[in-house]
Design a protein around this ligand. Structure first.
Ligand SMILES: Nc1ncnc2c1ncn2[C@@H]1O[C@H](C[S@+](CC[C@H]([NH3+])C(=O)[O-])CC(=O)[O-])[C@@H](O)[C@H]1O
Ligand SMILES: O=C(O)C(=O)Cc1ccccc1
Length: 247
């Protein structure tokens, strides 16, 4: 499997197009997300650990906005519940193609993994089957803000009693000082991972129209409005957090 270094924004670009999950991004994605999202490897691995506590026989585990299937692979490393299957969904054809290859590679290396189906689809159009676990790992922030409540309500409806939604997101902070501090610290994290000031600035420019983070308070209120009964943050590193929402 090729692991390329992310240099997508290393050269000055005359004009910066909106960020899209295309073939160029797919090639560098594992490197990009690890160097950009503090705590990402810990979150991904532990989604597998948490999922094993919620998984129920004869149910589906969803990985919505699966990209290259990192969460799906973690689910398959940790969940051994009988008759569970994973459905991984992404609307980027480049992501789905590479994700499918990676999951075949996992199949060839390990026995008795949960069966998995990779779908190229918009998660807003998906008819959800009864699920014991739904993971939205850094996906909701790319959904139009006005579509987010409807999506969460549909996820809530699909969840079996005893199931859970795991929602990971970049956070925004209502307090200006807190927002400024955590933004600076996130930039320091990127710099420490080898990104230049130019790369950091151009990436921010590319992403700002397509990725719209909410505050923890907004997430909590919206999850409750969608019908979830309890929202429990289980991880935060700088301005990136992951929540468990219970039906
Ligand atoms: N409407 C949509 N329908 C389906 N997919 C979508 C939609 N909108 C965006 N996506 C997909 O959501 C993914 C978001 S990345 C998730 C990381 C992954 N979860 C990981 O754990 O590695 C997060 C990031 O890059 O910061 C991309 O692959 C999009 O194509
Ligand atoms: O928040 C940021 O600055 C990011 O770079 C997050 C991110 C990581 C990977 C793809 C898109 C956005």
């Amino acid at each position: 499997m090729t692991q390329e270094t992310d240099r997508l924004f290393a050269q000055p670009l005359p004009q910066i197009p909106d960020f899209v999950f295309n073939e160029a991004v797919v090639r560098v994605f594992p490197d990009m997300i690890k160097r950009s999202v503090p705590g990402y490897p810990t979150i991904v691995e532990n989604i597998g650990v948490l999922a094993a506590q919620f998984a129920q026989p004869h149910s589906v585990l969803y990985d919505l906005g699966c990209s290259l299937g990192a969460v799906t692979q973690a689910l398959r490393r940790h969940v051994q519940t009988p008759d569970c299957r994973v459905i991984a969904v992404d609307n980027s054809s480049a992501m789905v193609e590479r994700c499918t290859e990676y999951l075949h590679a996992q199949d060839s290396m390990f026995q008795e993994l949960l069966p998995v189906e990779v779908l190229e689809a918009d998660i807003l159009d998906l008819v959800l089957q009864p699920a014991s676990l739904v993971a939205l790992n850094f996906t909701l922030q790319f959904i139009q803000p006005e579509q987010r409540l409807g999506l969460l309500a549909r996820i809530r409806q699909s969840l079996l009693p005893g199931g859970a939604l795991i929602l990971s997101e970049k956070l925004r902070f209502a307090d200006d000082e807190e927002q400024a501090l955590l933004t600076d610290l996130h930039i320091a994290f990127k710099r420490a991972n080898g990104y230049s000031e130019l790369e950091i600035a151009q990436k921010r420019n590319a992403i700002e129209n397509v990725m719209k983070p909410d505050s923890l308070g907004q997430h909590r209120e919206r999850l409750l409005a969608a019908g979830f009964s309890k929202v429990v943050p289980w991880f935060q590193c700088l301005n990136f957090a992951s929540l468990i929402a219970l039906p």
